[in-house]
Design a protein around this ligand. Structure first.
Ligand code: RUB
Length: 316
């Protein structure tokens, strides 16, 4: 562990690792705030030492979870704000960039919510997978417009993030039916939209989201149920424009089964991928704060936002 990294930054990195802080947008917000803390608490005496500390903090945060591109996108946004030639100036740069990033994130989610709400009609039933603040922003905006929305919520094994979704929908006044993941196809006939979030969106329009999203999308397409992905532009993966693939996180097997049961079963191999890739042909619309896009045309927005790729700012 790099000694230059502030204990508060390490604590946030640990909480991302253990998923106390989770979900792509929430992770992005947390890492921007962590860099802010590193800058505020830094006792570096020269600009190069200050920059080195910030890069070390960014690397620690970067190495927590590999799939949500919002994490490196947030680090990039904050670090690229460092333009001053003095320590005090750099500190100010980081604080301002981090604050601006978090404010933009909140605004983008609210704007995206209104775009997504326009796809939902009064009386619609949605089916959700995992817990996505971008997806829930669409439901919240629809409810605020006076629409009655009901939800069928998949529990989302192994970590049951569907429980968080169920609670938050209940708090919005949305009637919830909770189902086990394998019951999704059974209930798709009762559903007007599948509504999910994204950890990353690739240049070809593929959507990387919680494991099980792709199976749900294939089933939904088979039943003719539209699939809507709520993903603010922070989820667009710039590296995929130049052929990089998205790393799918493999998590501990103890999330799936405890050691005692595993032994009883004769120690089978257990695999626990956290995310999967839904090809663009199974997605009807990607809803962003900049409007809604058919997945195949998301690359146009990516070119506009990112231009040509550059090296990551936390690389020395
Ligand atoms: C969370 C997940 C969410 C996306 C989008 O996975 O897959 O659908 O991160 O969330 P995990 P948001 O629980 O493993 O982090 O819309 O809040 O960014």
């Amino acid at each position: 562990m790099d000694e230059r990294v502030h204990p508060e930054v390490r604590r946030i990195a640990d909480e991302i690792d253990t998923m106390e802080i989770r979900g792509a947008a929430t992770i992005a917000d947390a890492v921007a705030r962590a860099l802010r803390t590193q800058a505020q608490e830094s006792d570096a005496t020269d600009p190069e030492a200050f920059r080195g500390e910030l890069r070390a903090a960014a690397r620690t945060l970067y190495e927590t979870r590999p799939t949500a591109v919002s994490l490196p996108n947030a680090l990039r946004y904050v670090l690229r704000g460092m333009s001053s030639t003095t320590v005090e100036g750099l500190r100010q740069n980081v604080v301002e960039s981090a604050d601006e990033f978090c404010a933009r994130l909140d605004r983008a989610q609210a704007d995206l919510g209104h775009v997504g709400a326009n796809r939902l009609r009064d009386g619609d039933v949605i089916m959700t997978h995992c817990h996505s603040t971008d997806a829930l922003a669409c439901v919240e905006a629809a409810v605020e417009q006076g629409k009655h929305i009901e939800a069928i919520v998949k529990e989302t094994r192994p970590r049951n993030q569907g429980h968080i979704t169920a609670r938050e929908l209940h708090e919005m006044g949305v009637p919830v039916t909770l189902i086990v993941d394998s019951a999704a196809r059974r209930y798709l006939n009762d559903v007007d939209h599948v509504l999910v979030g994204a950890d990353a969106v690739a240049a070809d329009g593929s959507v990387i989201n919680k494991i099980g999203t792709s199976g749900l999308a294939v089933n939904a397409r088979d039943r003719g149920t539209p699939i809507m992905v709520a993903a603010q532009t922070l989820k667009l993966h710039p590296g995929t424009m130049t052929g990089h693939t998205v790393d799918i996180e493999m998590r501990d097997t103890d999330e799936v089964i405890d050691d005692e049961t595993l032994t009883e079963l004769g120690n089978p191999t257990v695999k626990n991928p956290a995310f999967d890739v839904t090809p663009p042909r199974y997605v009807d619309a990607i809803v962003t704060e900049r409007g809604q896009f058919p997945p195949e045309s998301i690359v146009i927005l990516m070119r506009e936002l990112f231009g040509e790729g550059t090296t990551e700012p936390w690389v020395e």
